[in-house]
Write a protein that binds this ligand. Structure first.
Ligand SMILES: NC(=O)c1ccc[n+]([C@@H]2O[C@H](COP(=O)([O-])OP(=O)(O)OC[C@H]3O[C@@H](n4cnc5c(N)ncnc54)[C@H](O)[C@@H]3O)[C@@H](O)[C@H]2O)c1
Length: 298
């Protein structure tokens, strides 16, 4: 089992008073690129013991070296393709063998898919990666999160949730695929999931929040340049903020003392924000939990 070291560094990029995460264990999905890489680096800089998750061993190694070079901190890596349910479960089980608790879980990995495709499990990819993966990873890691006493689960949603709705009768867009429809639905699900997790863990000390990182210049939307919406997305990135800026709200929710005990909320620009009314619907949040359990309990 992991034993924390005793080193302290207090400097960095965030606008809130720097936290000391010495001895805390943080798991960051999508920690090899974009927002997740910056967030992982900042948590490491605050002395957390950080584990990054990615699909490629080589990319994980490169990212760990970058973080080490910039912070002096070692980060651990765990390989998993989060589109595949068995790999999400294996990741949670491997993590649970290595560590006896988890203080910070940053559900950050996500993507936009221009064309409909299914995973090896036969599940539509956007739904599998953006919603079912964080659902399975978090629920499977709940015993470790509970053991931490005041664990934080932070789920990266998007302002795109505002045009999303839950297509209960066709959640995987089998009838007619819309890339933005699928993405918006998954990001709405992120907020409803964070909210329902907060409700279920109320009073335990654990918190669960969701956020919009801003419009961020990252690898996001890569591979969709051939379509009109993909080209538009790439054009618009000129006006986007940097990954350094885009990681701020994630790091804030993972580490700031200001949000200690705050749960079930949605944040933008390091401030609580009001999501779309659909994202505040507790009945939908409960239904989503049941549907997600049913879809992943095979
Ligand atoms: N960039 C934006 O403008 C923006 C806006 C709103 C929300 N977001 C959200 O922010 C989060 C991070 O995105 P980003 O902008 O840093 O994009 P990115 O493409 O740079 O990073 C996404 C990360 O997810 C990982 N990932 C993708 N598929 C995976 C898989 N199958 N298994 C494991 N890991 C996988 C990638 O390796 C990468 O590390 C996403 O959830 C995205 O929906 C981004």
């Amino acid at each position: 089992m992991f034993q924390p070291s005793g080193r302290r560094i207090l400097f960095g990029m965030t606008s809130f008073a720097r936290s000391d995460l010495n001895g805390k264990i943080a798991l960051v999905t999508g920690g090899t690129n974009g927002i997740g890489l910056v967030a992982a680096r900042e948590l490491a800089r605050m002395d957390a013991h950080v584990v990054i998750v990615g699909r490629s061993e080589a990319k994980l190694g490169d990212s760990a070296r970058v973080i080490k070079a910039e912070t002096g901190r070692d980060v651990e890596t765990m390989k998993a393709d989060l589109e595949i349910l068995s790999e999400v479960r294996l990741l949670a089980d491997t993590f649970s063998t290595r560590f006896d608790r988890l203080d910070v879980l940053l559900n950050n990995a996500g993507a936009f898919f221009q064309r409909r495709a299914e995973t090896r499990d036969g599940i539509e990819r956007t739904w599998a990666l953006n919603h079912l993966a964080p659902f399975v990873l978090t629920t499977r890691l709940l015993p470790l999160l509970e053991r931490a006493g005041d664990a934080r689960v932070v789920t990266v949603s998007s302002d795109a949730h505002r045009f999303g709705r839950l297509h209960w009768d066709d959640i995987e867009f089998r009838r007619r695929y819309s890339a933005w429809g699928a993405y918006g639905q998954s990001k709405l699900a992120n907020i409803l999931f964070a909210r329902e997790l907060a409700r279920r863990t109320a009073g335990t000390g654990m918190t669960s929040n969701a956020l919009h990182p801003g419009f961020v210049r990252t690898g996001f939307g890569g591979g969709s340049e051939s379509s009109l919406s993909g080209r538009l997305l790439r054009l618009m990135t000129r006006f986007a903020i940097t990954a350094e800026e885009g990681a701020r709200t994630s790091v804030y929710l993972c580490a700031s003392p200001t949000v200690h005990g705050v749960s079930g909320k949605y944040f933008e620009k390091e401030r609580e924000a009001v999501p779309a009314p659909r994202a505040l619907d507790d009945q939908s949040a409960r239904r989503l939990w049941d549907v997600s359990e049913a879809m992943t309990s095979v």
